[in-house]
Design a protein around this ligand. Structure first.
Ligand SMILES: [Zn+2]
Ligand SMILES: [Zn+2]
Length: 65
């Protein structure tokens, strides 16, 4: 049995497109990440598979499943 957590998310600028909109942020220019928002430690914000190419750690969606 899993209990759904009610973690707070922050809306942050997608570092891949810097707000222009791309496939990684669903063309919104922003992504939701677990608060407090932190840069991905794998790529330091450059974008990699661990952060879904958004440059942020704790990306929402990857945690939902
Ligand atoms: Zn983007
Ligand atoms: Zn990364």
């Amino acid at each position: 049995m899993t209990e759904k957590t009610t973690s707070k998310y922050e809306r942050v600028l997608c570092t891949h497109c810097e707000g222009a909109g791309c496939i990684y942020c669903e063309k919104t220019g922003y992504v939701l990440v677990l608060a407090p928002a932190r840069r991905c430690r794998h790529c330091d914000g450059d974008g990699c598979i661990y952060c879904g190419f958004t440059g942020w750690a704790g990306l929402k969606g990857r945690y939902d499943e």
